[in-house]
Write a protein that binds this ligand. Structure first.
Ligand SMILES: Cc1cc2nc3c(=O)[nH]c(=O)nc-3n(C[C@H](O)[C@H](O)[C@H](O)COP(=O)(O)O)c2cc1C
Ligand code: SF4
Length: 525
């Protein structure tokens, strides 16, 4: 008698439904797995989980066994018959099927072993459609705790945790919440920024697709803390998988009484609506986002007043990033001190870093603040995908500075990067090898700004276009006559940095100046 005949319970196989995994063939893998298991009459259950964030191994499937989850990857649909021939389901439960794609116990994988996953702890582990699975993995403990606390104490816990906004500006979350808490208004709002426009970033998407209840819980806690009864998720239109995951999770949360009127008998009301973004980078800037949420063109508002005082529809509004809000349940569940104990200096807690670009192993690395760029690029990333020397990384999206290899000893935390004229932003790190032309990258930064500018202020609207023309002129002129225009470009950066109304024009000088400073030869020809 075969081992299979003695097994009655269906074997659970996790096949990521994450957009990144899907783009690499996960749908076809799930279909072929289901088809082949039916044909072979193998009792099975396929769960579409989030990605573990080891993208070079996607689609990465896992067989749930008594001895942990045995992973295989990268799996193509054509691999399914041979995986089943080699005992994917039988041996997955016991000795472990032997196949060239077998990765073994995924928790023991070197990529995951050293990580400190707090915010991303459940991504890839839970079934994102199953609220009971979420609860079984620690979900809704934070909300239960918050529901017993006075609003001011919830705000205090977030302040004491040291949490700073993960959307880019790193503003202390507790201070923002306190401002909204202190306003008297008939209506207050929680607006979640899920526009995730930065190049090379995907942690918001992974969270919404792989652990959507964490965001819903975080927003609900924020609502209780500041006295808001309505939340909005401003989701970029390019994230249809996240939209589906959120729609389902919101419906389930409502059905189970975790959203809506008198949620979980707390005497408090809170609900959430998803709004799809307009597809412009500037709509990620918080005041543009509010304009867009109100149904207008995404154009930056002049501050003051701050959104915390006069935000959505003129009411006090908390604007926070997905990762920021999804971190809040853990802070309430484990306590401010627990979270604060991670990190260095004023960068408390952990940050889900996103490694992308020309790198051998790209994906999600959540660690306490303070790991160096070297560790991320080489220990996790394995160096460049091309095998050529790594020349630079850009940290913090299209407005982030380029760091040369000589500065890869920089710790990934807010203050250390600021000291090197850089920023951490949303935690995206994009790798470039030595074939990159940094003058072209500076031109690209200015061109990006010109294309994405909302047009409201002159230094950005006009400056970015003049900047592109200047770089073109520098590159077209003979070597000896370039220095004058390089100085002019630096002056233009000054004007943009000091005169722009928002971060798009104000931060574009970061990539341009870092390229000029560290890679001047590329401009000199
Ligand atoms: C041009 C520009 C684009 C931005 N894009 C995003 C974005 O896509 N997502 C995001 O969370 N924050 C983005 N921000 C930052 C937001 O303005 C705001 O600081 C953030 O949403 C606040 O949330 P946090 O405190 O949780 O970080 C952007 C800022 C600028 C200047
Ligand atoms: S800096 Fe650019 S994007 Fe920002 S307000 Fe000015 S024109 Fe608009």
């Amino acid at each position: 008698m075969s081992a299979r005949a003695t097994v009655t319970a269906p074997t659970t196989i996790m096949v990521p439904g994450d957009a990144g995994a899907v783009s690499l063939g996960a749908e076809a893998v799930a279909r072929e797995l289901a088809r082949e298991c039916h044909r072979r009459e193998l009792p099975h259950r396929i769960v579409r989980n989030g990605s573990r964030g080891l993208y070079w191994l996607e689609p990465l499937i896992e067989v749930v066994t008594d001895a942990g989850r045995i992973a295989y990857g990268p799996v193509r649909a054509a691999d399914i018959p041979s995986l089943l021939d080699k005992g994917l389901l039988d041996a997955g439960l016991r000795e472990g099927g032997q196949h060239a794609l077998r990765l073994g116990d995924i928790e023991g994988h070197e990529w995951l072993r050293g990580q400190q996953r707090l915010t991303a702890a459940r991504i890839g582990i839970v079934d994102p459609t199953d609220i009971d699975d979420y609860i079984a993995h620690g979900g809704y403990v934070g909300l239960s705790t918050a529901a017993t606390m006075p609003a001011g104490d919830i705000v205090r816990a977030v302040t004491e945790s040291g949490l700073r906004g993960r959307g880019g500006a790193a503003f202390p979350t507790g201070i923002k919440w306190q401002t909204v808490h202190d306003q008297t208004a008939a209506q207050k709002y929680i607006a979640c920024n899920a526009d995730e426009g930065d190049s090379g970033t995907f942690s918001d998407r992974m969270l919404m697709e792989g652990d959507p209840f964490a965001l819903i819980e975080g927003m609900t806690i924020a609502g209780l803390a500041v006295g808001a009864t309505q939340g909005f998720i401003y989701l970029r239109v390019e994230y249809p998988h996240a939209a589906r995951a959120l729609a389902l999770a919101l419906r389930v949360a409502r059905e189970r009484g975790y959203l809506g009127r008198n949620l979980r008998d707390s005497g408090r009301d809170f609900d959430i609506t998803v709004r799809l973004g307009a597809g412009a980078y500037i709509c990620g800037e918080e005041t543009s986002m509010l304009e867009s949420l109100e149904g207008r063109r995404g154009e930056v508002r002049v501050r003051p007043p701050l959104p915390a005082i006069k935000g959505l529809f003129g009411q006090p509004t908390v604007v926070n990033n997905v990762v920021t809000l999804a971190t809040v349940p853990l802070i309430l569940a484990r306590g401010a001190a627990f979270y604060r104990d991670f990190g260095v200096g004023k960068s408390r807690g952990t940050i889900p870093l996103q490694l992308a670009g020309n790198v051998k192993r790209g994906g999600l690395v959540e660690r306490a603040f303070g790991m160096t760029v070297n560790e991320l690029v080489y220990d996790y990333g394995g160096g460049s995908a091309t095998g050529r020397p790594v020349r630079a990384v850009q940290i913090g999206g299209p407005l982030g500075a380029y760091l040369p290899a000589s500065q890869f000893d920089t710790p990934l935390e807010y203050e250390a990067l600021a000291a090197r004229d850089g920023l951490l932003g949303h935690g995206g790190v994009v790798v470039f090898d030595d074939s990159v032309d940094m003058a072209r990258m500076a031109r690209y930064a200015l061109e990006f700004c010109a294309i994405e500018s909302c047009g409201k202020c002159t230094p950005c609207r006009v400056g970015s276009t003049r900047g592109v023309e200047l770089v073109d002129r520098i590159l077209a002129s003979s070597n000896g006559s370039r220095t004058g225009d390089i100085e002019l470009l630096d002056e233009l950066c000054d004007t943009m940095a000091n005169g722009s109304l928002c971060g798009l024009g104000g931060l574009t000088p970061f990539p341009v100046r870092s390229a000029l400073k560290h890679f001047r030869d590329d401009f000199l020809g």
